[in-house]
Design a protein around this ligand. Structure first.
Ligand SMILES: Cc1cc2nc3c(=O)[nH]c(=O)nc-3n(C[C@H](O)[C@H](O)[C@H](O)COP(=O)(O)O)c2cc1C
Length: 186
């Protein structure tokens, strides 16, 4: 399996890091793009550099590399995940404004009818954010807000992160056991 993974500059870059770790364990080929804003958030929230984050991926591309293979639909992939996804990048995707490699790769996923998953992270949400999320769902994008559940009795931040990452993998049809699935109330 070959996936495009993009990390944008929203809070919650830990979700992107964890997804890359899990995909690496599962031997999934990952093509990573990190936005300029995400670089700053990675340093701030994870106390790590982009240089260390990209070690988790199979290949990495500059966000401004408008000649990268991911720019073309003829470069085959099994889908794309943007995690976390800023409101800016969400707006770009839902309006076809493909002025960087993340936005172009998402545009390609849509035109090639490939799975596209976004993990928006913002609160509270304004009308523009909500309209763009509705538009994303209408376009067939799997919208997985960074909203962990509590029914499986998480024991810490790691469990909360794994829940969201697990739901992303569910959208892509990747098997996992990152959280205990709901099986009714006791
Ligand atoms: C520490 C930090 C946290 C941020 N958190 C969010 C967020 O949760 N959601 C969001 O939409 N933007 C957030 N932003 C703002 C974005 O980084 C900013 O809009 C940026 O232009 C997005 O660019 P990108 O989509 O190319 O990464 C945050 C910025 C910083 C510095």
């Amino acid at each position: 399996m070959r996936l495009v993974v993009a990390v944008t500059g929203a809070s919650g870059v830990i979700y992107g890091k964890r997804l890359l770790e899990v995909l690496r364990e599962k031997k999934v080929e990952t093509h990573l793009i990190v936005s300029e804003a995400a670089e700053k958030v990675v340093e701030h929230e994870l106390d790590m550099s982009k240089k260390d984050l990209v070690k988790l991926a199979t290949r990495v591309y500059d966000v401004d590399d408008l000649a990268a293979p991911l720019m073309s639909g003829s470069f085959k992939t099994d889908g794309m995940v943007i995690v976390p996804c800023t409101m800016k990048t969400l707006a770009g995707i839902t309006h076809g404004f493909a002025d960087n490699l993340i936005l172009r790769a998402a545009d390609v996923a849509l035109k090639e009818r490939r799975p596209l998953v976004v993990v928006p992270r913002e609160t509270p949400l304004n009308v523009v954010h909500l309209q763009n999320m509705l538009r994303a769902a209408e376009l067939g994008i799997c919208v997985v807000p960074a909203m962990p559940a509590f029914y499986y009795k998480p024991r810490g931040i790691g469990d909360l992160v794994d829940f969201v990452v697990g739901r992303v993998l569910d959208c892509l049809g990747v098997e996992h056991s990152l959280f205990r699935r709901y099986s009714g109330l006791k």
